[in-house]
Write a protein that binds this ligand. Sequence first.
Ligand SMILES: Cc1cc2nc3c(=O)[nH]c(=O)nc-3n(C[C@H](O)[C@H](O)[C@H](O)COP(=O)(O)OP(=O)(O)OC[C@H]3O[C@@H](n4cnc5c(N)ncnc54)[C@H](O)[C@@H]3O)c2cc1C
Length: 389
Amino acid sequence: MDLKFSPEDIAFREEARTWLEENRPAEPRPNEWPDARDFDVAWQRTQFEAGWAGISWPAEWGGRDLSMLQQLLWYEAYARAHAPGLGVNFVGMSHAGPTLMARGSHMQQAAHIPQILRGEQIWCQGFSEPSSGSDLASLSTRAEIDGDDLVVNGQKIWTSYANVADRQELLVRTNPSAPKHKGITWVVCDMSLPGIEIRPIRNIAGQEEFCEVFYNDVRIPLTNVVGGVDNGWSVAMSTLSFERGTAFMADIVELANTLERLVEQAKAAPAPLGKGRAYDDEAVRVQVAELRAEVAALRALNYATVSRIARNGKPGVEGSIVRYYFSQLLQRTQALGVDVLGASTVGPERFSPWARGQLNAFRASIAAGTKDIQRNIIGERMLGLPKDR
Ligand SMILES: Cc1cc2nc3c(=O)[nH]c(=O)nc-3n(C[C@H](O)[C@H](O)[C@H](O)COP(=O)(O)OP(=O)(O)OC[C@H]3O[C@@H](n4cnc5c(N)ncnc54)[C@H](O)[C@@H]3O)c2cc1C
């Protein structure tokens, strides 16, 4: 791996930093719908119009066709400028768009990728079901072919942004008699179709970011199938490789920022017993030092991922190590923030940013495969340990 930046990379980084400093939204992202969606869409649109959306995406679809390293430099400039996260554009930008680029037909790419980049099409992911999460291949939402359509009946759960999404990457069972990995289809579902019912679920941080989605005789044209009927498991594996391998690059960069924010606030906050500053406590400084070292190691792993993608063209199974390690460091950092800042994290709002951050950090070791599933993947597919029974 070559960690040196070329003069072009350095010039790109400077240009990105300047643009972000001048253009990032000044106001914070609203916490409630529909304002949060409007905010995310407007910010995506601003980036697109200035040529900063889809750094490594093909120019044919409105991207810049630049390298994955430049994509990562963009994320670093982004975190440095404290620009807001992808919000409702997360699924489209992080894994639906990349899956369509890897597995979709030219017509499907033309119909969706430019709209995703422009913030005109919000996506959600309909994979998990009430009895099929870690064991995703056991999913039972049924789709029968009727003329030129698939007719879908069943239920999904934990579908982030379903209540504000236009499209969904939907996994359905098209052949119940085939072995469980064989009879699954990956299809683009229009969320405004008749027969779809969406019920938001309130999470522990008080936000309605994920939903239950019910399908009652929903007719989806067969032309929306990606990768072929009954061939959806391999398409889903492409989606998950992006979701585990590259989708969290920006969050990893942001984690270093969160830690430094904690240090600044601990220097300003009084110690719990009122003597000196919270940061004067040696135990706190030891934990901060350990986290700084580990976050630096995580960022090195992130660079290694980029280097591998540059060689192989797609994220590898090593993404599970990064995903697992990131989730643990994020949770430790957020918990330390609440411990150190104590009562000062409780503000006039129902949840202060640190309290909300700690509650939201739980998701990192569940979504996109729990920490146990990531460990199983590392054990079986990288270390060659016996298969999980
Ligand atoms: C914030 C958030 C957003 C999400 N967004 C989406 C979304 O947009 N779309 C979507 O489809 N899904 C989404 N999910 C769902 C997520 O993918 C599932 O929650 C996850 O895959 C786990 O499935 P489960 O909840 O059914 O838990 P289960 O699979 O029932 O697991 C329960 C427990 O058993 C453990 N376990 C299960 N199997 C094994 C095993 N083989 N070995 C060891 N331990 C095991 C798990 O680690 C876990 O601790 C989201 C989840 C969260 C938290």
